[in-house]
Design a protein around this ligand. Structure first.
Ligand code: CP
Length: 332
């Protein structure tokens, strides 16, 4: 007997059924994603946030093998990827590089090619070297998701930040986003510059001249060394951690000096519009880039501190990335 095809739309069609083409098998940076693709990822994350609010889970990664390899420390990114993978029913494995055969002299290439023999579908990588995720992607057929590589990009953090701004302000287009501090060494800065400019925000980067990379204005941002001047117009103030681990010596006289000119201190509060979002990718250095009382403030009168909202949104956003990249079709 020939059964008639059921033509009713599926409740939750997998991404390929929607024609979701990706520019590459890997997510290495937001530089590679168009506004259309960014919008699709944010929409998917919204669906997952609603799913989690209903206390439900998904099976988008059922039968998919995911390996997390964090060569650098992480609290937020690693934990939220692990939770996201479990929420989507993945076969998940963590590798701690310091307890791997790298310590016996195995090369990175050999490590990845040996893991490749176990047929993973996704590798989530954090590494201290810029470009490491791209190199690893060249050794494997699995999709590589960059969880932060050196001072290059941290695409899922950028997506988390886009999602959080859209959630709180309703839209990203035309919002004024002030990114403050260590622009030169911050991978979060780079991903957010790509993400926010593509989504139509007006981005200003501000920091000590020594932490503003030459040519950064070519990415479509306004560049300044005067933090206080730009505060009144900002809809979003994004503070960055000084990446001391990537600077041989500090690129400014002292941390106290940095805080005086680029820290969000209490004397600056009257300059901030009511409702402006205060963001930080974490980990925060209390008393350096943000006053501890401001970081903990829950006051409804002043700016909105959404630092922990960013962390919470990390789970839904990473579920979206994992689901889309595991079920993708790549444009040839
Ligand atoms: N924002 C961020 O990447 O934090 P972790 O280093 O704790 O993952």
């Amino acid at each position: 007997m020939i059964l008639k095809k059921d033509r009713r739309p599926r409740k939750n069609p997998p991404p390929q059924a929607e024609g979701f083409f990706l520019p590459s098998k890997d997510l290495l940076g937001l530089r590679d994603l168009s506004e259309e693709k960014l919008t699709l990822v944010l929409k998917k994350a919204e669906e997952f946030k609603k799913l989690l609010q209903r206390k439900e889970k998904g099976d988008d990664l059922k039968g998919k093998r995911v390996i997390n390899i964090f060569f650098e420390p992480s609290t937020r990114t690693r934990t939220s990827f692990e939770i996201a993978e479990r929420n989507l029913s993945a076969e998940m494995t963590n590798i701690t590089p310091s307890a791997s055969s790298l310590t016996k002299g195995e090369s990175l290439k050999d490590m990845i090619e040996n893991l490749e023999a176990m047929k993973p579908d996704l590798l989530v990588i954090r590494h201290g070297a810029s470009g490491a995720a791209q190199l690893i992607a060249s050794y494997t057929k699995a999709s590589v998701i960059n969880g932060g590589d050196g001072s290059h990009e941290h695409p899922t953090q950028g997506l988390v930040d886009l999602f959080t701004v859209k959630e709180h302000l309703g839209q990203i287009q035309n919002k004024r986003v002030l990114i403050v501090g260590d622009i030169a060494y911050s991978r979060v800065a780079r991903s957010n510059i790509y993400g926010f400019t593509k989504m139509g925000a007006k981005v200003t980067v501000v920091g000590p001249a020594t932490l503003l990379p030459p040519g950064i204005e070519k990415l479509g941002v306004t560049v300044s060394t005067q933090f206080a001047k730009h505060i009144p117009e900002a809809d979003v103030i994004m503070l960055l951690r000084i990446q001391k681990e990537r600077q041989e010596t500090l690129n400014f006289p002292s941390l106290a000096e940095y805080t005086r000119f680029f820290g969000l201190t209490r004397d600056l509060l009257p300059l901030i519009k009511k409702g402006t979002l205060i963001m930080h990718p974490g980990p925060i250095n209390r008393g350096v880039e943000i006053d501890p009382e401001i970081a903990d403030s829950k006051s409804a009168d002043g700016p909105r501190i959404v630092i922990l909202d960013q962390v919470a949104n990390g789970i839904a956003v990473r579920m979206a990335v994992l689901s889309l990249w595991a079920n993708q079709r790549v444009k040839k």
